[in-house]
Design a protein around this ligand. Structure first.
Ligand code: HEC
Length: 151
């Protein structure tokens, strides 16, 4: 066998090892988005809510600041891996600072956080409705209120 052929075989092998490495990285990244266990949100310092709310019940109350603080940590633990730290999107999911203010944004926010987003059998965002208390949901919305930017 000539040296030339052997060298090209080695190069081919190197190329396929590199390809295998790169694709396993992609698989790992895909799993990182779907399988991370949700982190509990401690809302004992917030007033209890009765039933599903349609509008942020903490907005404009003395509890808004506390709710935003709790929501900030809940957001960074549960949402930031897709929506970015500080809600500044790194590109894979919408930048949530631009959610509409007030009631309009509340409705859309509540629908998404409860149901997630599944299209054609593909989960773009997992549902959190069964994982978070009503208080936790509106704490996160209060946090997003605090970083909201007009479009
Ligand atoms: C696995 C990644 C992922 C996680 C985790 C995630 N999201 Fe999302 N989220 C997305 C994607 C992707 C979309 C866009 C969905 C679409 O276009 O159908 C989205 C959309 C949204 C929207 C609608 C925004 C818009 O402008 O369309 C809201 C609100 C939202 N997410 C809130 C949250 C909150 C709050 C959390 C944490 C409790 C969270 N998301 C966790 C990926 C994620």
């Amino acid at each position: 066998m000539s040296k030339l052929i052997r060298r090209s075989n080695i190069r081919q092998l190197q190329a396929s090892v590199a390809l295998a490495l790169v694709s396993s990285l992609f698989v790992a990244a895909a799993h990182a988005h779907g399988d991370v266990a949700p982190q509990p949100v401690d809302t004992k310092d917030l007033p209890k809510l009765k039933g599903e709310q349609a509008v942020n019940p903490y907005r404009g109350t003395p509890n808004a600041k506390k709710a935003a603080e709790i929501g900030s940590s809940a957001f960074n633990q549960n949402c930031a891996r897709c929506h970015g730290l500080g809600a500044v999107s790194g590109g894979i999911a919408p930048d949530l600072r631009y959610l509409p203010e007030g009631k309009e944004g509340d409705e859309f926010f509540a629908m998404r956080i409860r149901n997630g987003s599944v299209r054609n059998g593909v989960t773009y965002m997992p549902p959190f409705g069964n994982l978070f208390s009503e208080e936790a949901i509106w704490a996160i919305r209060s946090y997003l209120d605090s970083v909201q930017v007009a479009e």
